[in-house]
Design a binder for this molecule. Structure first.
Ligand code: AMP
Ligand code: MG
Length: 417
């Protein structure tokens, strides 16, 4: 098993200039430059669910493999014209998994049970409820079309047809399809391993004693859980203070065990912004000034060949940047292709005015078929993240939204599928 080549060190370079990069431009850059980084392995079906298919997969056999009956009843050669009919009943029967060894001549019928392969001479079946039968004959009313109540060979899937495409996240139904068409294993990507590291002298682990000037690390439990929901392997890289050596050591340790690192905090250009400082020293850091609210600052860089998303410390911004930027980027690196979240146009239950020049995401939820937004836009308001069930996206242009205007709502669930 070999791994794809690592990403290039300049994969996060932004066009020169000091302007604020529009969200779509930033996303297009990520989309162009990132490639899958995870190795491919063959897995039995029972280990494939939720994971990413590495190659297109074709059916080994048709489904159904032979024509069969869709109901319990009697089989014969169709079509049958309008009016009353009597057919002589042959001895024996065809049942699922047990072929009838013989031919059914014209004018005769055979007892058939659901799923039984149609014997030679049978292409049409009548439901047992529509028949009166004794041991020698059956009587019923026509008409019946040729092929009634029967399934054609390959009507579902034909052998060698592509049944599942590369990049797909395998669902339980996909396992049914793969098994039915003769497959017992699938070529899968190894799961993308994503490290999560919190930075900041003020942070304390949840549950521990905290001085009044300290705050609990809220980002790490959120991001680790989110990554798990997204189908990646979350790796807890812990918490470090605003200390460059400690941070350097932790990034070294993280880069050795994961495919991507998400840090939060310390990503702007201040004195205590050590994530951006270290990435800049490593020579592979870009301060992304993205025209996004909430969002800035975002530091993207490479640490010993491992991409690092330096997310803002504010929990709201950390979550929005993860959903909008890190998630599609990680999807590409995981081999799942670039996925846009599915949004819906819903009438607004709120008013909002916004200037042109940046994209905004508001914490939102749907009640009574209208989308409500959280009362405060403050990026430290964690209660609003929890209150919300998704985001409203307001486009880069100026906007004046009145109640009843249609706005784009993206449920949280759309980001984790
Ligand atoms: P920074 O991006 O480091 O300047 O942090 C911005 C704000 O987010 C500050 O108020 C930090 O205290 C807060 N913050 C940073 N990291 C976390 C975290 N892991 N959990 C909760 N708040 C945080
Ligand atoms: Mg900080």
């Amino acid at each position: 098993m070999i791994k794809p080549p690592p990403l290039r060190n300049d994969c996060f370079a932004l066009p020169a200039g000091t302007h604020w990069t529009p969200v779509d431009e930033a996303l297009a850059l990520l989309r162009d430059r990132l490639t899958p980084v995870t190795a491919v392995e063959t897995l039995p079906l029972d280990q494939a669910v939720g994971r990413v298919l590495a190659k297109d997969v074709s059916a080994k056999r048709s489904n159904p493999p032979l024509p069969n009956t869709a109901v319990d009843g009697y089989g014969f050669a169709g079509p049958i014209p309008d009016g009353p009919h009597m057919l002589s009943l042959m001895a024996g029967r065809a049942a699922a998994g047990i072929a009838f060894d013989g031919v059914v001549p014209a004018g005769s019928a055979l007892r058939v049970l659901t799923g039984a392969a149609l014997p030679d001479g049978v292409d049409t079946v009548i439901l047992q409820e529509d028949v009166t039968a004794d041991s020698n004959q059956i009587a019923f009313h026509g008409p019946l079309k040729k092929g009634a109540n029967a399934r054609r060979a390959g009507e579902d899937v034909v052998a060698d047809e592509v049944i599942l495409s590369k990049g797909r996240r395998i669902t339980p139904a996909d396992l049914a399809l793969a098994a039915a068409t003769g497959l017992s294993e699938l070529p899968m990507r190894q799961m993308l391993r994503v490290g999560v590291l919190s930075t900041g002298d003020e942070l304390v682990e949840a549950g521990q004693a905290a001085h009044k000037v300290q705050i609990y690390d809220a980002n790490r439990p959120m991001l680790l859980a989110l990554l798990h929901q997204m189908g990646f392997v979350p790796v807890d890289l812990g918490r470090v203070g605003d200390d460059r050596d400690a941070l350097r050591a932790r990034l070294d340790c993280g880069a050795a065990q994961v495919d991507v690192i998400l840090t939060s905090g310390g990503a702007s250009a201040g004195d205590e912004d050590h994530v951006s400082a270290l990435l800049r020293q490593a020579g592979a850091m870009q301060q992304w000034r993205i025209a996004l609210k909430p969002g800035r600052p975002l530091a993207l860089g490479m640490w010993q060949g491992t991409p690092v998303f330096g997310l803002p410390g504010n929990p709201v911004a950390a979550l929005v940047c993860t959903l909008i930027f890190a998630r599609p980027a990680m999807g590409l690196m995981a081999g799942a292709g670039w996925a846009e979240p599915q949004g819906f146009q819903v009438p607004a239950a709120f008013e909002k005015r916004k200037k042109p020049g940046r994209r905004e995401y508001l914490r939102a939820r749907i009640r009574q078929n209208r989308v409500e937004i959280f009362a405060s836009e403050g990026s430290g308001r964690i209660s609003g993240l929890s209150w919300a069930e998704g985001l409203v996206e307001i486009s880069d242009e100026a906007a004046t939204i009145q109640p009843g205007d249609m706005v784009r709502f993206i449920p949280y669930a759309s980001f984790v599928m």
